[in-house]
Design a binder for this molecule. Structure first.
Ligand code: HEC
Length: 108
C-alpha cells in the first residue's frame, strides 16, 4: 500500500494540471502567434490591436471563442482563432490575465 502512495499522488497532481490552464504553454503560444500585434506582454504594438494584458481570462477566452465561431467578426482574428484549440484558448487567456498592469490617471 505504501508503495502505491506516490503513484496515487502523481496521478492526482497530473490530473489537476490537465484541468488547470497551462501558463507556460500560453506564454509560448502568445509569443509565436499573438505578440507581433498584441505585444510580448499584451500591450499592443499594432495601432488597431487592443491591449490584452490584465484582461480577465473569462473575457479573453469568450472573445476568442466568439471569433472562432463567427459570432464576433474580424478578418484577421477569425483566421487566427480557427487555429486555436479549447486548451490553447484557456492557456492564452490565463497568460494574459496573469500579466499585471497598473493604471495611472492623467497627470499622476
Ligand atoms: C496580425 C495582427 C494580430 C495577431 C497576430 C493577433 N491579433 Fe488579436 N486582434 C487583432 C486586432 C486588429 C484585433 C481587433 C479586432 C476587432 O476589432 O474585433 C484583435 C482582437 C483580439 C481580441 C479581442 C480583444 C478585446 O478587447 O475585445 C483578443 C482576445 C485577441 N485579439 C487575442 C489574440 C490572440 C490570443 C492572438 C494569438 C493567438 C492574437 N489575438 C493574434 C490583431 C491581431
Amino acid at each position: 500500500m505504501t508503495a502505491l502512495r506516490p503513484l496515487i499522488l502523481a496521478a492526482a497532481v497530473s490530473s489537476g494540471a490537465a484541468a488547470a490552464a497551462d501558463l507556460e504553454a500560453g506564454r509560448q503560444r502568445a509569443a509565436q502567434a499573438c505578440a507581433v500585434c498584441h505585444g510580448a506582454y499584451g500591450i499592443a504594438n499594432a495601432p488597431d490591436a487592443p491591449n490584452l494584458a490584465g484582461q480577465p481570462a473569462f473575457y479573453v477566452a469568450s472573445q476568442l471563442r466568439a471569433y472562432r465561431n463567427g459570432s464576433r467578426r474580424h478578418e484577421v482574428m477569425a483566421v487566427i482563432s480557427r487555429t486555436l484549440t479549447d486548451d490553447d484558448i484557456n492557456n492564452l487567456a490565463a497568460w494574459y490575465a496573469a500579466i499585471r498592469i497598473e493604471a495611472h490617471p492623467p497627470g499622476k
